[in-house]
Design a protein around this ligand. Structure first.
Ligand code: TXA
Ligand code: MG
Length: 317
């Protein structure tokens, strides 16, 4: 069921159920982070491998401090500026956070969502919420309640509908190995915004076979229709004999039927492009086409996080 009833959502979570909740980044598949059965159910519904840890959501910094051993000075500076918001901090966990949530890591990923319904829900609960993005593992994250309903609707009792996500990209994940701020996943807060506050940071959000965060896996956020990344004016003629869809940054292409193309932002606005990205990928993925042709954005601001998702969506393995 889809609805906006916070009391009903809270009652289900209190009973150990797993439900979908809105955040300003993407929808989450949430359960009581202190209840191992609820956490195990999240992994099962999402078909997520148990080595891939979950983010723990709390309503404010005071509650965040209950679950971590310490907040290093750089982390506190980031928290004060970007929380609530699209930032996740990797911090040393306290024992009450189970190894199931962190996949055995001594670090826990902590986030304070800003979405008003997520805030109200978290404030009404006596426990934090573990929540990955509410999509089957490896698929595109949901940015609308309907996206969740379409894929997981028959497996969960409730989807709390908070409307379309205002940011539309997952949170930026920052950790502090050896005291150095390190971005492990580019997301809704740009690296530029972080560096403006705390100076240069390391970015380790590249793919690898033994990822620090499985959001770092090469093929991820992927639609079913293969995506081909390149220069669109060159790709379109090459694929002229095939049924294609086009996902562009600004431009529209007269040779492609209008219902088979999606421009992320005709004005070239990165925030608008980010908000549209996952809906556009889902839209194109449902068309009767053989390929989605797409292009990278300029490698700056949210364009970097968008490009990261496009590269992974187009990865073949
Ligand atoms: O915006 C978001 O972050 C959304 C909303 C629902 O909060 N959540 C989200 O969760 O994107 P998920 O599970 O789809 O992605 C979380 C990423 C994964 O790549 C996971 O491996 C990493 O965070 N992660 C979680 N806990 C971690 C930990 N203890 N150490 C390292 N990486 C961690
Ligand atoms: Mg995810």
């Amino acid at each position: 069921m889809i609805g906006q009833n916070i009391a009903q959502a809270a009652a289900l979570l209190q009973r150990g159920e797993v439900i979908a909740i809105p955040t300003e980044t993407v929808y989450g598949l949430a359960g009581n982070a202190l209840d191992e059965q609820a956490v195990a159910r999240i992994f099962a519904i999402k078909q997520r491998p148990s080595f891939d840890p979950l983010i723990v959501h709390v309503p404010d910094l005071r509650q965040l401090e209950n679950w971590v051993k310490a907040i290093p000075p750089l982390a506190r500076k980031l928290a004060e500026q970007f929380m609530p918001g699209a930032l996740t901090l990797l911090l040393e966990k306290r024992d009450q956070i189970s190894d199931l949530v962190t996949a055995g890591s001594p670090l826990v990923a902590m986030r304070i969502p800003a979405h008003p319904l997520a805030q109200q829900l978290l404030q009404s609960l006596p426990f934090p919420l573990a929540a990955p993005s509410a999509n089957p593992f490896g698929y595109i994250s949901p940015t609308r309640a309907e996206h969740v309903a379409h894929q997981l609707g028959d497996q969960i009792p409730y989807i709390l509908d908070g409307g379309p996500c205002s940011i539309g990209l997952e949170s930026t994940i920052v950790g502090f190995p050896e005291g150095r701020a390190t971005v492990y996943r580019k997301g809704g807060i740009s690296v530029e915004a972080i560096e403006a506050l705390i100076g240069p940071v390391q970015v380790k959000a590249h793919s690898s076979s033994n990822p620090q965060a499985p959001g770092m896996l090469k093929s991820h956020y992927a639609p079913r229709v293969p995506m081909v990344l390149g220069n669109l004016s060159e790709l379109i003629p090459v694929y002229s004999g095939k049924a294609v869809g086009v996902l562009s940054f600004r431009e529209r292409f007269p040779e492609i039927p209008s219902e088979r193309q999606f421009a992320l932002s005709s004005s070239g606005d990165y925030t608008e492009a980010a908000r549209n990205l996952f809906s556009a990928m889902r839209y194109l993925d449902r068309l009767p086409i053989d390929f989605i042709l797409t292009e990278l954005l300029p490698e700056e601001h949210l364009g970097r996080a968008i490009n990261d998702r496009l590269r992974r969506a187009a990865a073949v393995e």
